[in-house]
Design a protein around this ligand. Structure first.
Ligand code: HEM
Length: 495
């Protein structure tokens, strides 16, 4: 027994000496061989508390080991400003993991690529989204069609128990699919949506279980685990999703009028750009495989995140009847009818905006942010950091900073209201992250969240289900934050 304890301690010490001190990284929690610090995250899921404790102990710059790879964690807003915001180019690259390469059949897409591939496709996606009216009336019109559809579905079961999450999820799926492929899921396409939802549920369960995270971050030991490998677990899922994307891409290719100036959706705009580039001799940059991977990034970036935020927002409000009462009071004063709420009303609804802010802060849907790495040698908080070192903009810790947000786990929209009753701008609210890789769909997401939630509460009063009670706000069972699935009772506010 003594020998066992002695050899484990020596192993940790050796690892510390070899990998950490020698690399001159900022101090942080002592890593275990192979595991690094991941076990601390699984002990207190989804991980918020581990990062808060380390920040208190080591400061806002410390080293955290994901398996056997070190990451410098940036966990305060002032330090994010100094690094990711003011020196963005140094922090813009992403770490590439083996399984991502398997999933994408190479270096494709926008969320996990670097260099020219990333910058060209990020720019193209942003300008295409702008052309389709993200942040403008054109996109609002599309979202309001979904709001109407949500109303029709909920109105069919007024004053009865009904499932809330599925209706919202379909509306968000319709939005993102319209943007990418130009159609909503209705009539015969509903079967397609059913299949896609099954795939999304599979992915949600797969990536939030312990075994998958162990396989991703501790691959050296994971290959001795019984059962399916990471790749086996993903193979069919990958096939089904890419089959859907490739089918849409082919349909588009056959039906496009390449001579028309305007494009109806992202896939059409992309295929036109592809043709243009091919005519100029560039057969690589706008490849069809890249398009399929962009569809994957936009689908995943756009659907799960927005849906999770919506379901948590309604859940928090259900838990706080006084918040619902204040939302209704404000809507009664400003809108005072059952007309649709639009973005033109946004500045007149400070409390509604405060509720959205507080919901995003408390939902805090990215407990550990995406994995960046430095593009050049740099210095962080006095520590010399080599090119290629992992760095994480730890936004969940910033949004739980008790100096800025006292009682950080309390849902309190009033923290975003100033003494004159106006909306307070709080820089530390960073759910979409900061810097060069800041969320690409932020404009769309903000518009969807505001229009779905404000119209929902203008039309309905929501009460808890008498059979199932309030939706759970417990996050301690999963590695990530997953949507709330719940029933509730809706009553119309205007007859
Ligand atoms: C409430 C909704 C959303 C939240 C909270 C959210 C949050 C985030 C965060 C935290 C990142 C990582 C930034 C970083 O690397 O530091 C990100 C990246 C990204 N998001 Fe979002 N997102 C949302 C909605 C969307 C939507 C609607 C889309 C698509 C239309 C989208 C597409 C993306 C893409 C493609 C990236 C990768 C960008 C890049 O690497 O350049 N997201 N998002």
């Amino acid at each position: 027994m003594l020998i066992l304890i002695f050899s484990s301690v020596s192993c940790i010490w050796l690892f510390y000496e070899l990998y950490w001190k020698r690399r001159n990284l900022p101090p942080g929690p002592v890593p275990l061989p192979f595991f690094g610090n991941v076990l601390s995250l699984s002990a207190e899921k989804p991980g918020y508390e581990a990062f808060r404790k380390w920040t208190k102990k080591y400061g806002d710059v410390f080293t955290f080991w994901l398996g056997s790879k070190p990451f410098v964690i940036i966990s305060s807003y002032s330090r994010l400003k100094e690094t990711f915001i003011r020196d963005g180019e140094t922090y813009m690259n992403k770490v590439q993991l083996n399984f991502q390469h398997f999933l994408r059949d190479g270096n494709f897409g926008v969320a996990e690529t670097n260099g020219e591939v990333w910058s060209t496709h990020r720019r193209f996606a942003l300008s295409t989204l702008r052309d389709f009216g993200v942040g403008k009336d054109l996109m609002q019109e599309k979202i309001l069609i979904e709001v109407q559809e949500i109303f029709d579905k909920f109105d069919a079961h007024l004053d009865q128990e009904q499932q809330i999450d599925g209706v919202l999820n379909n509306a968000v799926a319709n939005m993102i699919n319209q943007l990418i492929f130009g159609y909503r899921f209705e009539d015969e396409k509903l079967e397609e949506l059913k299949k896609l939802r099954e795939l999304m549920t599979y992915q949600e369960n797969f990536f939030t279980r312990f075994k998958t995270n162990f396989q991703i971050y501790v691959p050296q030991l994971a290959r001795f685990l019984p059962g399916k490998t990471l790749e086996d677990g993903l193979r069919q899922w990958k096939f089904d999703f890419f089959e859907f994307f490739n089918k849409q891409i082919e349909n588009h290719r056959q039906n496009i009028d390449f001579d028309s100036e305007e494009s109806q959706d992202y896939a059409e705009a992309y295929l036109k750009e592809q043709k243009k580039r091919e005519a100029e001799g560039d057969l690589v940059t706008f490849s069809t495989k890249q398009l399929a991977n962009m569809c994957l990034d936009l689908w995943f970036g756009g659907l799960a995140t927005t849906n999770i935020t919506l379901t948590w927002t309604i859940s928090y409000i259900l838990h706080h009847p006084e918040v619902q009462r204040k939302i209704h009071e404000e809507l009664d004063q400003v809108i005072s009818s059952d007309r649709l709420v639009t973005t033109a009303d946004k500045s007149e609804l400070p409390y509604m905006n405060a509720v959205m802010n507080e919901s995003q802060r408390c939902a805090n849907i990215v407990p550990i942010n995406l994995l960046h790495c430095t593009t050049r040698d740099t210095v962080i908080a006095g520590y010399p950091i080599k090119e290629g070192t992992g760095v994480i903009a730890q936004i969940s810790t910033v949004m739980l900073d008790e100096k800025v947000f006292p009682e950080p786990y309390k849902f309190n929209p009033d923290r975003f209201i100033d003494k004159n009753g106006k909306l307070k701008k709080v820089e530390e609210l960073v759910p979409f992250s900061v810097g060069k890789r800041q969320c690409l769909g932020e404009g769309l997401a903000r518009m969807e969240l505001f229009l779905f939630i404000s119209n929902f509460f203008n039309r309905y009063k929501i009460s808890e289900s008498s059979t199932e009670g309030l939706p759970s706000l417990d996050k301690s069972k999963d590695f990530g934050v997953i949507p709330r699935k719940f029933k509730a009772v809706l009553a119309r506010r205007y007859q």
